[in-house]
Design a binder for this molecule. Structure first.
Ligand code: FE2
Length: 299
């Protein structure tokens, strides 16, 4: 059974329906991958997947909200590789930001100078746990993310990964009140981004966990402590402390891996980190990142 497609999935995320939650939880944990290698699918050409390759990637996304493909496209900087891969999963609407190239696919590499260098993704620094686009307004919710590796760094640049549905389970199992606090519509506020006296991005207030019209769980989160204002009450503080503890503790549900050239991570915007990295002249990390408003395979 695919938990995400289960018609009871929406009910499973309601605190009022413990039976639906327990059913969904059991099914989810029973089929969750035990190792990162279970998520990897060898593909011949990401631009033109075979039916079997596509099915294998969809099946992993259904189980763990993510899948990894490995291809022979190493060092090929063709942006059509991630673009065409995404289209085969119904991923059409790219979230663009003013730092992305015009086509909405961001080349993540160490920026020499300029605006990009001010943003951590364009440096070689580590990035703490987050989901992508947590600062976006609701109408631009980032439901899936594709990372395609053209070149890896000489060392470092790994990602920790945690399915946000697992984080939800871990929190709810500790105390359902943590989930209640993080589903509050005023749990998290990202202040407006102001540059040169101009508002580049409006203030955004919203929940951490939400359930969309298709009964799918979405998560907005960052472990950063700057440019974020949490609701100041005991329940929110307790929930955040529990989440911080969960994310800071290695568990069988958490994976760490590094994308090698030609590999990519396709997922429904799961929690992730990035470790610091060091480039060398012949190994300069380049990852294409595409953020979409659709979930993998929903369209
Ligand atoms: Fe990210």
């Amino acid at each position: 059974m695919n938990p995400a497609a289960d018609t009871r999935a929406g009910a499973a995320f309601s605190l009022e329906n413990e039976a639906a939650y327990q059913d969904w939880r059991s099914a989810k944990l029973a089929q969750f991958p035990k190792t990162l290698s279970e998520l990897v699918v060898e593909v011949r050409d990401p631009r033109r997947l075979s039916a079997g390759e596509k099915q294998a990637l969809l099946e992993r996304c259904a189980r763990a909200n993510m899948a990894v493909y490995a291809s022979a496209c190493a060092n090929d900087p063709d942006k059509d590789i991630p673009r065409q891969l995404g289209l085969q999963f119904g991923l059409r609407d790219l979230d663009t930001n003013y730092l992305a190239d015009d086509d909405g696919i961001s080349p993540l590499s160490v920026a020499e100078r300029g605006t990009r260098g001010e943003f951590i993704p364009y440096t070689n620094r580590g990035i703490r746990w987050h989901t992508d686009g947590y600062y976006n307004p609701g109408e631009r919710t980032v439901r899936s993310v594709l990372l395609h590796c053209v070149e890896r760094a000489e060392s470092g640049g790994e990602n920790d990964l945690l399915d946000h549905e697992i984080a939800y389970i871990q929190l709810r199992d500790r105390d359902p009140q943590h989930v209640r606090a993080l589903m509050a519509p005023d749990a998290m506020t990202v202040p407006a981004r102001i540059e040169d006296g101009r508002i580049e991005r409006q203030e955004q207030t919203g929940p951490v966990f939400s359930v969309d019209a298709n009964a799918c769980l979405h998560m907005r989160y960052t472990a950063r402590s700057v440019s974020i204002a949490w609701k100041q009450d005991a329940a929110t503080r307790a929930a955040l402390a529990a989440l911080d503890d969960i994310l800071g503790t290695t568990s069988p549900w958490m994976f760490r891996g590094r994308l090698e050239p030609g590999m990519g991570l396709l997922g429904n915007n799961v929690l992730h980190t990035r470790t610091p990295f060091t480039d060398a002249p012949e190994r300069r990390r380049l990852i294409y990142r595409a953020r979409y408003y659709q979930r993998v395979g929903a369209g």
